[in-house]
Design a protein around this ligand. Structure first.
Ligand code: AHR
Length: 503
């Protein structure tokens, strides 16, 4: 492997480490918000959840959906709580009490240090509801909706900058599913009007719900024909699962993710050329994760209950390895992927789990997300990798080594994130760090486990990282020692300062 300061992909937009909270299952009720919980603050937010989300340094959080938003009346979630209606949530067969809505979520996001990425309903609603929500949220005052916000106790505008024009509108499961032409027209007109209300906002147009959708990538091409001039991003969503219990094949799924991103970029650039546009479309990978463990148990859930335990995947060690690799893939495309949201954040397909009324714990996937978010800030570099390869059921030429590299100029720190996909062998990687002379290994964090199916629970954390990685510098080269089937973070620094004093 060869690294060089000059092999720059891009400065990383920190929003690549975003996440997602949907009004779904116990994400909000029993997760974010639980007024009777012993750690609840004066707003009813669980402090233990706030503390753990802050550890992840999540810069942006998408809200309120997801599929839920396509049947949502945002007006139900503002104003006096006792007057808020209970509604059927048709996306998830549940009962929505609306005790948390726009204002509460803005408050919570401030508490965790994140900005809000707000989605509008383009399923059952359209331009009018979207422009009103934007006026309510962002207009300083003197109009019907902005004054209503003030009456509700929010004198200052929320200034929400990033807005999603609906959610997964290509999906047959979506309330108000649309054809590409129908969605394209509606999204373009909604976007146009929203930018009249507040020209400072940025908009995300819905891309395909996954790389496997039959209409991908025609959906992107057709919708962008309509929306290109009005939007700033197109969305990508992708979930993986090891349904066949074939770990080698499962860990190769990031080849699909990589191809998905490349195809969306190509499609955007085709429309750019067709339109003779000067604008380059950015990508918002605003739903990504592993999701399959809970599929069967969710079929047993009683309909029309409040905050049922939906989508509560319990993640395994191998899931954490794939998540680490998905983060690598996002970093490798950080020139075009400027926003990404791990879906989701608390209880629902999440790195953080809570017991309603009880404790909190970290899933296996918490760890690669945590380390990449905290240490993956700066400039993404393009490592030149030579790796042995394997073939699996769905993929050929899968490199055993998957890696992304970040140079943090501020701290003069080089960070290598590396996955060894080999299920039996350690991978010893010679890394030429020619332009980083004098750097030393300060930390080699490893996530490894003999059991691919090991999980964490409240009382038993079987999957957690250690810092005893064996990487070392030899003859001005870094030798990375990556245990079989492992996720690794190798951090290097100049250990002497300018005066030659050891730090
Ligand atoms: O994140 C769970 C669901 O996955 C979201 O509601 C939807 O957008 C996607 O299908």
């Amino acid at each position: 492997m060869l690294l060089d300061k000059e092999f720059v992909i891009s400065e990383i937009d920190p929003r690549i480490y975003g996440s997602f909270i949907e009004q779904l299952g116990r994400a909000v009720y029993g997760g974010v918000y639980e007024p009777d919980h012993p750690t609840a603050d004066e707003n009813g937010f669980r402090q233990d959840v706030i503390d753990l989300v802050k550890q992840l340094q999540v810069p942006i959080i998408r809200y309120p959906g997801g599929n839920m938003v396509s049947g949502y009346n945002w007006e139900d979630g503002v104003g006096p709580k006792e007057e808020r209606p209970r509604r059927l949530d048709l996306a998830w067969n549940a009962l929505e009490t609306n005790q948390v809505g726009t204002n509460e979520f803005v408050d919570w996001s401030k508490a965790v240090g994140a900005e809000v990425m707000m989605a509008v309903n383009l399923g059952t609603r359209g331009i009018d509801a979207a422009r009103n929500l934007l006026e309510y949220s962002n207009h300083p005052g003197g109009t019907y909706w902005s004054e209503l916000r003030k009456q509700h106790g929010y004198e200052e505008p929320h200034n929400i900058k990033t807005w999603c024009l609906g959610n997964e509108m290509d999906g047959p499961w979506q309330i108000g599913q649309k054809t590409a032409h129908e969605y394209g027209r509606l999204a373009a007109e909604t976007g146009k009007v929203m930018k009249l209300v507040d020209p400072t906002i940025e908009l995300v147009s819905c891309g395909s719900s996954g790389s496997g959708m039959p209409t991908f990538p025609e959906w992107e091409a057709t919708t962008l024909e309509h929306t290109y001039d009005f939007v700033d991003y197109i969305s990508l969503h992708q979930y993986y699962g090891n349904r066949d219990n074939d770990t080698a094949n499962y860990l190769a799924n990031t080849l699909d993710m990589d191809n998905f991103i490349k195809t969306v970029i190509a499609t955007c650039d085709y429309i750019k050329a067709k339109k003779r546009s000067k604008k380059t479309m950015k990508l918002s990978f605003d739903e990504w994760n592993v999701w399959f463990h809970s599929n069967d148990q969710d079929k047993e859930i009683e309909p029309w209950t409040i905050a049922p335990p939906q989508l509560e995947d319990i993640y395994t060690f191998e899931d954490a390895i794939l998540v680490g690799s998905m983060l690598n893939t996002l970093l490798k495309h950080s020139d075009r992927v400027r926003i990404a949201c791990m879906a989701q954040l608390v209880n629902v397909i999440a790195p953080i789990m809570t017991e309603t009324g009880g404790g909190i714990w970290k899933q296996t996937i918490f760890y690669p997300y945590y380390y990449t978010s905290v240490y993956g800030r700066g400039t993404a570099l393009n490592p030149i990798i030579k790796s042995p390869k394997y073939d699996s059921k769905d993929f050929t030429d899968v490199p055993y080594l998957d890696s992304s590299v970040v140079y943090n100029e501020e701290d003069d720190e080089l960070v290598i994130f590396a996955v060894n996909r080999h299920l039996e062998n350690t991978l010893k990687v010679d890394i030429d760090i020619r332009s980083f002379e004098g750097m030393e290994v300060v930390e080699h964090v490893v996530l490894e486990n003999d059991d691919a199916k090991a999980t964490n629970t409240l009382d038993n954390e079987q999957v957690k990282p250690h810092s005893n990685g064996q990487s070392f510098i030899e003859d001005n080269k870094l030798v990375g020692v990556l245990p079989k089937m492992s996720w690794n973070m190798i951090r290097l620094r100049q250990l002497s300062n300018a005066n030659g004093v050891s730090l």
